[in-house]
Design a protein around this ligand. Sequence first.
Ligand code: COA
Length: 385
Amino acid sequence: MKIGIDRMAFATTNEYIDLRELAKVRGVDPNKYTIGIGQDQQAVVPPTQDIVTLGAAAARKLMTKQVGDHLSTIIVATESGVDNSKASAINIKELLGLNDYVRAVELKEACYAGTAGIQFARGLVALHPQETVLVIATDIARYGLQTAGEVTQGAGAVAMLISATPHILAIEPTSVNLTKDVMDFWRPLYATEAMVDGKYSTNVYVDFFKQVFTRYQMMTGRQFNDFAGLIFHLPFTKMGKKALEGALGDRHDQVATRLRTALTASQLYCRQVGNVYTGSLYLALLSFLQNRQVNAGDRLGLFSYGSGAEGEFYTGIVQPHFLDHTNDVQAMLQKRHQVSITEYEDMFNHQLGMDEQDVEFDLSNDHAPFVLAGQKNHQRIYKRQ
Ligand code: COA
């Protein structure tokens, strides 16, 4: 039985900054951001958006009555959850107006949990092939103003339907996982910004990719030439380049060129959005599928990495007419509007965060389908518009 990704959609905020402007204000050479780190723009999050509103906006694009009727489970993967107890999947289910007879949970392991959600969904669909599982990878990457990580922030959500009729990617059975207790990136319960040992995390990531890919090669006998593309988790686009170059070394043959070109296609959306933590690998997959000549039957390798640390390499086969089952991300990004660095800093500083007070946000500037209207009696108030 084929099981895999049936449909995919991405949502982000309507606001972004140009990182050349950020570089100017921070007194940094813009080439460091655009070439050295590989980022051009960054999604900016107004106080009226969070992982629930973004996740619901992405999932809404996949919902039809038929999908709703067959949906058994909603899995939300996030590093930036809004409650330490209640699953954001329940808020999203409510905003989408879904049937009560579904299972709704939240998963956590830094940027890796979206992949865990997909693998768990595969198991559920194998048991009940007529059912569909909605996996939503939704995150807001916050490192803090004027920190080294600031240029690698971002926000967005990728929603995916996992079913026994995968119209995008049929996932193959072999995958390799690697888990090690590593403190490269973490966020204590009292912090709204991530703590990161950036250089260390970069090295751990590259090392994890080498380990899981080598083990995969030993298990399957497959080599680089078996892949139309290797898709990487992209906390910033240079990261994928470091991992691929680390594995290819000084190879410059046809296969190596194909993989480098594939990487460039997979980086285009991350360059404009920034880090989406759990969703980054899947935004890279969308970017690859929509910007590279891909054929049905092509094999793709996916490397998922979550600091802490968890890595997984798995593969899938591209399905016919896959593009008909994705939303046009570039068209959506072109509709966003640019904000100044001062506006970005203001929005950054006015998030609900750990604030315990009642608050009512001005919604007049937010035209997204779902908004965070404020907080009352320690409860977030969401609205459909
Ligand atoms: N022109 C071109 N490139 C330049 C440059 C310039 N003027 N100035 C610097 N660079 C390059 C550096 O050579 C370096 O490239 P390299 O990594 O290939 O060697 C890169 O830009 C970054 O410079 P560096 O001085 O290392 O940056 P930094 O100390 O400000 O930190 C990160 C960069 C990525 C480590 C930091 O943004 C971070 O910690 N981000 C979060 C990391 C993360 O997401 N971790 C989770 C991984 S899953």
